[in-house]
Design a protein around this ligand. Structure first.
Ligand SMILES: Nc1ncnc2c1ncn2[C@@H]1O[C@H](COP(=O)(O)OP(=O)(O)OP(=O)(O)O)[C@@H](O)[C@H]1O
Length: 320
């Protein structure tokens, strides 16, 4: 079943999308809406169904149930007309190590029947430039760092102008510098008007680069929307820095603060404010009146991680 008409301003839209493998419901009734122009983070712990979803969106596997539209067209039926407008980087780039970065891109470009061979060199040159690999263009790909390989993969997706980029875990395995480079590139592409859909199991990454996000857990969509709104729905945590944690916990608990955690390393006591929070100035005064030496007092903004934990009751497997 395909939705009657595509929703305007939406580049990826799924309805009840599901994929059942023998014994595993990898994706379970997914209703996803990715707005045009967004940097959309598809977030979830390992095994939550992200790659399976992306493979269905790209027409690589058939859904068991439900439907998907990409750029307004039903998939996988319209793969032929849709995929040329989509740059995809799924499960790491397929590169020839014995070829230079430049020659890898020439091969990619030559495999595209719509690409004019006369302008190939210029296309490859500008894609290399785009990802900052001009200086390393002649080096064999096997000598590239992981980050450079990833950027070369991105360059291959950028040989043609794209309306949509789909990146599966683009920073997986990269060091912090490599991650920063990819994030900067994603921002630049988005500034140019390309919609970027990227999956990640890293909350931080999504918060830093994405305008919108969808959160998956065990094949199901937990929530989706603008990143700022997702975390705004979750209350922040109160943080008190003090050498007197025992008395602090007592006073905070008496004021309705729950889930109190003492961290001896940071000398911080943190806790969840009640639905109707007490006046923070009064709470601070109550601590001082009880003899607590308050060295720091504040409300930490709720993160996407807090939202995830609040929504699923589970911790987020960031190590995975
Ligand atoms: N080809 C397959 N055959 C059987 N089960 C599969 C297959 N592909 C994925 N699965 C299962 O489906 C579930 C979702 O996997 P999927 O790879 O989509 O998750 P993911 O969120 O992308 O995680 P990761 O980041 O580890 O790839 C997992 O339980 C996985 O074991």
């Amino acid at each position: 079943m395909t939705p009657v008409a595509p929703t305007p301003g939406v580049v990826i839209e799924t309805s009840g999308l599901a994929k059942q493998y023998r014994g595993t419901l990898a994706v379970d009734g997914l209703d996803l809406q990715v707005p045009r122009g967004s940097v959309f983070g598809f977030l979830g712990p390992n095994g939550s169904g992200k790659t399976t979803t992306i493979r269905m969106l790209m027409g690589l596997i058939e859904p068991t149930a439900g439907s998907a539209r990409v750029l307004g067209r039903p998939m996988p039926r319209s793969s032929r007309s849709v995929l040329p407008k989509v740059g995809a980087l799924i499960e790491g780039p397929a590169l020839y190590g014995f070829l230079s970065g430049q020659d890898n891109l020439i091969r990619y470009d030559a495999a595209d029947p719509t690409a004019d061979p006369r302008t190939r060199k210029a296309r490859v040159g500008s894609a290399l430039d785009r990802v900052g690999l001009t200086a390393a263009a002649g080096k064999k790909a096997k000598a590239y760092s992981l980050g450079m390989k990833q950027r070369l993969g991105l360059a291959s997706a950028l040989l043609q102008p794209r309306e949509l980029l789909v990146l599966d875990e683009p920073t997986n395995g990269l060091d912090p510098q490599g991650m920063r480079e990819i994030r900067a590139l994603v921002r630049e592409l988005a500034d140019d008007g390309t919609t970027v859909f990227l999956s990640s199991h890293l909350l931080d990454e999504i918060e830093q680069v994405c305008t919108h996000a969808a959160v998956m857990a065990r094949g199901r969509l937990i929530t989706q929307g603008p990143v700022a709104e997702l975390s705004a729905g979750t209350r922040g945590r109160l943080e008190v820095t003090t050498p007197d944690p025992v008395e602090t916990v007592r006073v905070l608990a008496a004021h309705g603060v729950t889930d109190l955690v003492t961290d001896p390393h940071t000398a911080q006591v943190t806790g969840e404010l009640p639905a109707e929070p007490p006046d923070l100035a009064e709470l601070n005064a109550a601590l001082v009146a009880a003899g607590v030496r308050v060295r720091g007092f504040g409300l930490r903004r709720a993160s996407l991680e807090d939202a995830f934990v609040a929504l699923t009751g589970e911790g987020f497997d960031v190590a995975g």
